[in-house]
Design a protein around this ligand. Sequence first.
Ligand code: ATP
Ligand code: MG
Length: 405
Amino acid sequence: MHFQRITLVHYHELGLKGHNRATFEKRLMRNLEVLLEDAPVHEITRISGRVLVVYDAAAGADAPAKAAQLIARVPGVARVSCGFASERNMDDICEAAHQALGEAGDFCTWKVVGRRNHTDFPIDSMQINQIVGEHLCGLFPDKKVKMKGADVEVHVEVVQGMAYVYAQTMRGVGGLPVGTAGKVVCLLSSGIDSPVAMWRMARRGATCIAVHFSGRPQTASTSEYLSDDICRVLEEFGGVARMYVVPFGDYQREIAMRVPPALRIVIYRRFMMRIAERIARREGAKALVTGESLGQVASQTLDNLAATSDSVKMQIFRPLIGCDKLEIIEDAKKLGTFEISSQDAPDCCTLFMPRAPETHAKLRDVYDAEADLIFDEWSDEIMDALEVHDYRCPQSYFGKKAKEN
Ligand code: ATP
Ligand code: MG
């Protein structure tokens, strides 16, 4: 018997009430539609607290598995299950359960978890467990039923008009769908930390705009290519909408020549923040985001963080402030950006570095050092010279179909 392959997308309903919940669900469905545009998907709909993805009849078995890997990385997704759609009769359901358990890979113990969402189906959950359980016992005689902690659970969900059966399930990243929390501007270097910071904001539902400061024309453009590669990783699950590249080398050179060496880094950072804030205003973003963590390097002492924050009015988020480097590396590996970030690239931060940076910058000294710098004039020039890369983000992308029309 041939059953249509499906994926059920589960999300946490915790804290989702009334209007919030409808916005969340609509957003998640829309995001999945855009992100799965290249997958052989027939339809995406909502069924009682889950999103249902139905594949094209001609799609092979590997298509849903591949799509599920992607869905699991999409913010707002708590769990992803792959299985079959079945008619609402126990014969078909039992056969679908047989096929689902057959594809479950290596296991020793199993159990059936039935759920009836509609009382218009005469057989209740307990009876579903019994009937399907008995059927499977006969087909898998050397496997054992285990009620607690079974290796595989065969889920049978009976909803209005249909039943869904699956034995394969994996955890999603959780969080909230991108586009439910407004827009932020993330300062993205090609280093290890800032991609992780950006990912954390995307996972909380923010639409992320990256800003990368390149050392060009004083350095090569390597860091720009790496940052673009990083954005392409985040793009897969809607984690970045756009990246602005700022050719910053000449301004850094000017700053390096005019301020005391020890204060260079703090002053580069303050100027970077100002540019990022102007971009944020233009974009309608309401916060700046960095990958700083307390004490990690000289520029990340409390005094220097304060001196950096002092340069702008907009709120600055530092999602990694309390993280250990090892935790950040682990996250970067999971995210898929670690290898890209581990490549060497001279960016604006390696350019004109002082030998002994100030670790406790005092604002008065900083103001004195900045007195001769023409930040306003420079930032006007920079705003005119910004380079823009756009990514496929559900918030700003209307799909191939829209483009063709
Ligand atoms: P990262 O691994 O993110 O580069 P880091 O540990 O190297 O961080 P710093 O180089 O001090 O630390 O940078 C601190 C933060 O400043 C970065 O996380 C990033 O948000 C921002 N930043 C630094 N350099 C750049 C850059 N070239 N372009 C954009 N943002 C930058
Ligand atoms: Mg860095």
